[in-house]
Structures are given as structure tokens and as C-alpha cells.
Design a protein around this ligand. Structure first.
Ligand code: NAI
Length: 220
């Protein structure tokens, strides 16, 4: 058995943490196919990380494979769920309910994974009072009061960038734990709030760099 108490989650490096969702996804697919045991070599072929990378990563949290047996898929999956905090629920609100905010709200898989959306906030009077899947659009002026009355795990910021800091300033920050920031700007928050930035354009520009690097090699 993997023993959670034998390791310290906070010691896991961010590089490993960033790879965990990929392990989680592949292990889930294996379980769906009723595959309960896998060697690090087979896992390597599947995921595309080297077998030694996989051994190193999984050793970080005590996920030791057994010689001649490999990994117990279910045990590993559950362990990664615990580390990623996917075995609990999160209360979430979205501020900026335009294209992106509504796309996040409409993605029902987040809800299935335990992310409970309480409300969307916007400044546009045409949106206020509407609903997505029974979840109300509220006036952004109510944001302070709402966060006074409700503890929120995750605030999604999907307003134009120039309003992002203003949104943070409106929150009752004592009642907010994390911000998922889609606005392409760095926001200032108190130390206890964790910010995860999702800058899609950075990922897109990385792709265009790699496409161009290939061209440059061909041109040589
Ligand atoms: P959008 O214009 O469709 O939506 C923005 C929403 O924010 C609107 O409904 C607007 O009424 C609302 N808003 C404006 N000021 C506000 C305020 N002070 N308080 C509350 N709500 C306010 O824009 P979109 O496309 O959804 O993008 C949102 C953010 O995400 C932008 O910062 C954008 O740069 C970023 N982003 C969007 C991507 C996309 O694919 N749509 C991709 C990457 C980043």
C-alpha cells in the first residue's frame, strides 16, 4: 500500500506537480479499460515520459512500483487524486462572464470533478439576471457582499485585463483561497491567496516558436 503519512506533499517539486494531471488522465483511461496493473516501461510508452522519469516522479510521493509487478493503477490513481486535491469539492465563482467566462461555466466536466460554480459576475446589465445551468449571472457590484457571505475556494477572473486588479480589490480576501486568472496581466494578492495564471497566448506563442524553429532547421 502507498502510505500518505510517509511523505511530505509540500516537498513535491512544482515540475512534478505540473506532470501529475497527465498521469492522472492516463491512469483514469487505464481504469476505464479495466487495466489494473502496469509496468513503468508500458506507462512510459503510453505517456511519453521516460521510464526513469516516471520512477523518479512517482517515488516522490511513495508510489513505488514493485519489482516484477509494476504499478497498481488504482492505488496510484487514488494517490494522485489525493495529491491534486481532487477527492474534495471546491466552491467557485466566475468574474467576467463573456466568451471565456461562459465557456468555463458551460464546461460541465469541472462540476463533475467537484468544482461547484455558485455564480457568474459581470458589469453588463444585459447579462445580469440570466442563468447558465441554473447558475445566476449577478451584478459585479455585489461581489464584495457575496464574498463577505460566502467562502470561495476559486475566483475565476475572465474580464478584460485592465479590470482584473479592480476585481481582486473588490473581493473580501479573507474568504478567498485561490484565483484562476485568465486576464493577461499579473495581479497583486495577499500572501495567503494562490494565483494560477492561464495565459493561453503564451502557449500559442510557444507553439509558433516551435513551428518556426522547424522551418529554420529545414532552411539550413
Ligand atoms: P469578453 O469581452 O467576451 O468578456 C469579458 C467580460 O467581462 C464581458 O462580459 C464584460 O462585460 C465583462 N467585464 C468587463 N469589465 C468588467 C468588470 N469591471 N467587472 C465585471 N465584468 C466585467 O472577453 P473574453 O474573450 O471572454 O476574454 C476575457 C479575458 O480572457 C480577457 O482578459 C482576455 O484577454 C482573456 N483571454 C481570452 C481568451 C479567449 O479565447 N477568449 C484567450 C485568452 C485570454
Amino acid at each position: 500500500m502507498i502510505n500518505l503519512s510517509n511523505r511530505n506533499i509540500s516537498n513535491i517539486s512544482m515540475a512534478v506537480v505540473r506532470r501529475l494531471p497527465k498521469y492522472h488522465r492516463y491512469l483514469q483511461e487505464l481504469l476505464e479499460k479495466e487495466i489494473y496493473r502496469i509496468s513503468s516501461k508500458e506507462l512510459s510508452k503510453l505517456i511519453g515520459f521516460t521510464a526513469s522519469q516516471i520512477r523518479q516522479d512517482l517515488n516522490c510521493f511513495g508510489g513505488f512500483g514493485q519489482q516484477g509487478y509494476g504499478y497498481n493503477v488504482e492505488e496510484l490513481y487514488q494517490e494522485i487524486e489525493k495529491i491534486l486535491g481532487l477527492n474534495r469539492t471546491y466552491k467557485m465563482i466566475i468574474v467576467g462572464a463573456g466568451n471565456l467566462g461562459q465557456a468555463v461555466a458551460n464546461y460541465t466536466n469541472f462540476e463533475k470533478s467537484g468544482y461547484e460554480l455558485l455564480a457568474l459576475f459581470d458589469i453588463n446589465p444585459r447579462l445580469i439576471g440570466m442563468k447558465i445551468r441554473d447558475i445566476p449571472f449577478r451584478d459585479v457590484d455585489e461581489l464584495g457582499e457575496f464574498t463577505n457571505e460566502n467562502e470561495i475556494d476559486i475566483v475565476v477572473i475572465s474580464t478584460p485585463r485592465e479590470f482584473a486588479q479592480g476585481i481582486v480589490d473588490k473581493l473580501n480576501k479573507d474568504n478567498v483561497k485561490g484565483i484562476w486568472n485568465f486576464a493577461p496581466t499579473d495581479i497583486k494578492v495577499p500572501e495567503h491567496i494562490i494565483v494560477e495564471n492561464v495565459h493561453l497566448s503564451e502557449s500559442l506563442y510557444t507553439l509558433s516558436y516551435l513551428l518556426n524553429e522547424k522551418h529554420l532547421e529545414v532552411d539550413k
